[in-house]
Design a protein around this ligand. Sequence first.
Ligand code: 48F
Length: 260
Amino acid sequence: MSFGKPLEERISRAIIRSAMSDWFKLSSVDVVIAGAGPSGMAAAKYMAEKGLSVVVFERKLSFGGGIGGGGMLFHKIVVDESAIMILRDFGVRFERDVEEGLYVLDASELMAKLAAGAIDAGAKIILGVNVEDVIYRESPLRIEGVVVQWSAVTISGLHADPLFIRSRAVVDATGHDAEVLRIVAKKLPEAQLSIHGERSAYSKLSEKLVVERTGRVLPGLYVAGMSTAALYGLPRMGPIFSSMLLSGKKVAEMILSDLH
Ligand code: 48F
């Protein structure tokens, strides 16, 4: 088959046309999730499959967050029984009874299947984009979206104004640094948010408390995953990921209920 335009031109046109069409739709969505780690990707699937428009912005060029490092670079992570249903929802395989009560899985499989599950449910995962601020309104104070910039621009230090993404809910799933919440704490003092910072390791307690404290922080702003530990001063848990998955599912259920 012969085409009128040279291949190079068609490559560029195809990418630009499709990317711009996506970004046009992204200018207003139901839910923005900052961070494509385990909690963010789990949340994305459970909301997208119920019909919400969901975008996950990830500042790196890869998804998975802290999963890929496994336990001290050994390629395995563990969950306990509480997360088995979620592994099944995503088709993630696991070994039982390696240690009493723990299920062991390959880090790479978890990363790949969480992303595939979220994408297949209809969520977009956009890589290389940094969430650098939020959109707010007052009386009552509420969060109505995020401010985004290419990570490459952020890293280069170029002064380029960002763009805005309006949303009905924003989830901070940025992990140990709780980046979105830190921005809100600093730039919107009337929110009266203080970030306590994560405490030392206490896996069992942390797994329980992170899920319990996952949820709404302000109208329109939610926290999931290790950001929850940073916000409330909870202990760290190490390479056990049950609470990350359960936290993602819980925040999804809360947002589904709030937005419907
Ligand atoms: O850190 P991360 O995996 O967060 P999580 O879902 O899971 C934590 C576990 O991986 C592990 C643990 C539990 O056992 O202790 O650490 O809470 O993923 C967070 C993702 O957010 C991205 C970051 O690159 C990572 O992939 N991220 C962080 N800040 C931003 C961001 C930002 N401002 N904009 C976009 N992405």
